[in-house]
Design a protein around this ligand. Sequence first.
Ligand SMILES: [Fe+2]
Length: 298
Amino acid sequence: MTKRVVKVIDLVPGRAVQLAAIDNQAIDHERFWRDHVCAQQPIVIRHAVTNWPAFRKWGTPGYLEALANRQVGVSDTFNASPAGVWYQNLPKYGLDEAIACLRNAGPDDTFAIRALPIPQEWKADLGSYDFLHANRDLPPRAYARDRLFIYRNASTEWHYHTTDETLTTQIIGRKRVSMFRLSKEDWHAYAVPIKSNLHHMDERARFFPEDASLTKFEATLEPGDVLYIPPFWWHGVDPADTGFGITLAHCFRTPFNRLGSLSDPAVKDVIRAQGSLMLALRMRAFVALGSLTRIVNP
Ligand SMILES: [Fe+2]
């Protein structure tokens, strides 16, 4: 049977424009915080982690395999969203064996070790982010602090985060990223078909607005680059090569006064999805309090 590598970015119709990018040397703490985190504007920071030992060391076959071992699940599909129970039930392999398998796989094989906590022995090879002040790099509210994605040809399905700020840190391999923000007007036209997986159908075009007017902000991450992803920005990720790759997702806490607005369609969607009335009311109160803080402290 012919293997098929699934790519997700181009399954959602739109007009691609260049996502803003800046060199690590050209952005300081204040600018990153004011113009991007508080303004919820994504950006690619080039050469942000090229000084981390991982950038030099992790591509060498045998290096990571010798550092630590544990059991991990290995998927042979792209990273679907949400992951679902099937992902937790994957057969488990030693991490050393799994990494060696991914390094040696063929150019049309798809493999993913998803959301792996950083093994203790690997941590010495990671550093910090020059553009993020340590006082603001606080533990996230919902997501894990750090998740590693070790992959070959594994795209990540279109999704958004409801809270927490993400720094997608490309350590090995190249990735194409695409992002968009929906408004009240176009939320249903895009969110509904994507959440229903209709974008994966051959005749996908008929499920989306005909004018394809959605603006998609796109960039290619090179090893050492970081993509800042604010909450509620939809994003899809496709590997831009067929090789072995490693991405680290580092999350930090969304400032309280930027927790979203009750009139935002993305926030409404999240509140609607809460499992109970109590949880929905709690989330409404949390967002309302955040909005109030924003008025007092814009
Ligand atoms: Fe994400």
